[in-house]
Structure formats: structure tokens, C-alpha cells
Design a protein around this ligand. Structure first.
Ligand SMILES: [Mn+2]
Length: 327
């Protein structure tokens, strides 16, 4: 670890030692890294005898309610005062959602994150874009704090690393990720349950929806653009919503020869389409999302826009073509 990074880690450690009450935030629509980091930290701070409130704007996603420490997370507003507020996995401060303003008036902010866009909005900023996940970084913090990593903490930290590296399949899979996961396994991380609940388990309805979605696969621009969509009717018939299928975009992305991929979903509100975009090569598709009223990262972005599925599909394919043509 670089010197400046070690300094920042130590500032966070000092913040913990010098204070008694902590509020833990992560970004809204929390993923495995956000939830794993929140619960691991809450459990760790409790072990140190600290007072902790773990909060998220959104309730725990269903597939993660089994996690040890899940009962510590609340989605109810917490007016209580705290010495230190943690921002976990938040590339920007506003990623925690609306209540932030209310709760943030005075306390010190501890910022732990691995997003390249993080500008260091905290009083201490342990931010490393080269790390696999926020959970990996939190492990280093906890080690330094002398928190005994038990099976419950290990399982939560493992979840974050495992999901942000997409099962060690994407470029976030750094050496540190493997090393820390080895340590976590030794500490009793329930890696089999993580794999089962996160990537293997599926309801029958979800599989049936996947079947319908895959049957819409269309290739454009000589197979370099691949995309699928889900109609509102398909989702309603199977009792599922647009959020149950975020990962379906990985299927068009997996088509050999596809450089960019999209997934479109008709929303409940009339005439709105929600879209996810992915790139497998180094182009910037966040510009495409921005033109459709959204945003995101260079290789993963999203949007919500008005129009029918066919109209939006046409616009998405045209905009993605422009990006590929300029490559
Ligand atoms: Mn993350």
C-alpha cells in the first residue's frame, strides 16, 4: 500500500479510537459490497464496544436477508446524533440518497470506497480505486483496529469482494482480493452460502422470465451490439419487477463478438423504459446513457427514458453504433 493510503487508513482508525457513536451509510439500491461492508463494519464496531446505527435508504434486498447481522440494518430515518458518519462504497456523497442532508449537519465523515470518481469528500478518506471492493478496504481497516474477524464479519466481507469481482471474473479481481478472501475463509466465511444465495438460487418465475427475455436477443452492427428486452406484460404475468433482472444484461454481453450490450425493461409507469448498458471493450457508454437521461461508468451505465420498447431500442442501437464507429 502507498504511504498516502496508509496515512488515510490510520486516520480512519484514529477516528474509531477517539469516538464512541457511529452511523454507517452505504449507497442506495445497495449491492453485495454495500450491504456486506455495512454489516461487517457494524458488527466490528460493536465488538469494540462502540454505539452503531447502520442505515440504508432502501431495505435489505430479499436475497441477502439471511446474512449474519442483517437485523442491524434499518431503513427508517435515524435522527439520533452521532460522532462519526461512515460513507461506504459511495463514489459521491449524494449516493446515500435523500436523508443524508438531515443527518450530516455536523459529524466527522469517514469515507471508505474504491470508485475512481470519489473526490475525497470525507474528513478521512481511505479511497483506493485499485482495490476490488469496499469490503477489501474495510478488512485492512479492521485488521489495523485489531477487530477479531469472526465468521459473521468474514461472511459479510467475503460477500462484497465476491460480488464486486463478479465471482473473480472481472478486472476488479486484484491480488489483494484473493489474499483477503483466503484470510476470510480461514476466519469461517460461509462462502458456499454466499455463492448459492447470490448466484445460484433462482425462483422458477425468474427462470421463466429469463427464457422470455433471451428469446428477444437481437444483434446489430455485424454482431457487435447485442441486446434483449422485457415487456411489462412478461414481468406482470410472472410477478416480477424490473429490479429482479438487473444481471440479465450479462447474457447479451456474453455473446461472442459483442462489444456492447443492452437490456431494456418496460416500467410500471406508462411509457417509461429502463435500460442497462454494458461495454466489453474500452469505450465510454456513459455518454450514451447521459443522452438518454441517465449516467454511470464508462463500461456500465443506465438510464430511464420515455418511449415504447421498439423506439427506445432503435435509439439505443443508433447511439451505441456512433460510439463504436468512433472507436
Ligand atoms: Mn463496491
Amino acid at each position: 500500500m502507498e504511504r498516502t493510503m496508509i496515512d488515510q487508513r490510520d486516520r480512519i482508525v484514529a477516528m474509531v479510537r477517539e469516538n464512541e457513536s457511529f452511523m454507517v451509510f452505504a449507497h442506495e439500491n445497495p449491492d453485495g459490497d454495500a450491504i456486506g461492508a455495512t454489516l461487517a463494519l457494524a458488527l466490528g464496531l460493536k465488538k469494540l464496544g462502540k454505539r452503531v446505527t447502520a442505515y440504508n435508504v432502501h431495505a435489505m434486498p430479499n436475497y441477502l436477508t439471511w446474512l449474519p447481522g442483517a437485523e442491524l440494518l434499518t431503513d427508517q430515518a435515524v435522527p439520533e446524533e452521532h460522532d462519526v458518519v461512515w460513507f461506504l462504497d459511495c463514489g459521491a456523497k449524494d449516493r446515500v440518497g435523500e436523508p443524508a442532508e438531515r443527518i450530516l449537519a455536523q459529524p466527522k465523515i469517514a469515507n471508505v470506497d474504491h470508485h475512481i470518481t470519489n473526490e475525497g469528500y470525507g474528513h478521512a478518506n481511505f479511497v483506493n480505486p485499485k482495490a476490488s471492493s469496499t469490503c477489501e478496504l474495510l478488512y485492512y481497516v479492521m485488521q489495523e483496529l485489531g477487530v477479531e474477524i469472526d465468521a459473521a464479519i468474514a461472511t459479510n466481507l467475503y460477500l462484497g469482494i465476491y460480488t464486486d469481482t463478479m465471482m473473480f471474473q472481472n478486472s476488479a479481481s486484484c491480488p489483494g482480493a484473493f489474499r483477503v478472501c483466503g484470510d476470510l475463509m480461514e476466519a469461517g466465511a460461509d462462502f458456499l452460502t454466499v455463492a448459492k444465495r447470490v448466484y445460484i438460487d433462482s425462483s422458477a418465475e425468474r427462470l421463466l422470465l429469463l427464457g422470455r427475455v433471451l428469446s428477444t436477443l437481437r444483434l446489430d452492427r455485424d454482431g457487435t451490439i447485442a441486446g434483449v428486452y422485457a415487456t411489462r406484460r412478461d414481468m406482470e404475468e410472472l410477478g416480477l419487477g424490473p429490479d429482479d433482472m438487473e444481471v440479465f444484461v450479462e447474457y447479451p454481453r456474453s455473446v461472442i463478438g459483442a462489444k456492447v450490450a443492452y437490456l431494456l425493461r418496460e416500467e410500471d409507469d406508462k411509457g417509461q423504459v429502463k435500460g442497462s448498458l454494458r461495454a466489453s471493450i474500452s469505450v465510454d457508454i456513459s455518454t450514451v446513457a447521459a443522452k438518454l437521461g441517465g449516467g454511470g461508468h464508462k463500461k456500465a451505465a443506465g438510464f430511464r427514458t420515455a418511449g415504447t420498447l421498439e423506439e427506445v431500442r432503435g435509439r439505443v442501437v443508433a447511439l451505441l453504433s456512433e460510439v463504436l464507429d468512433a472507436e
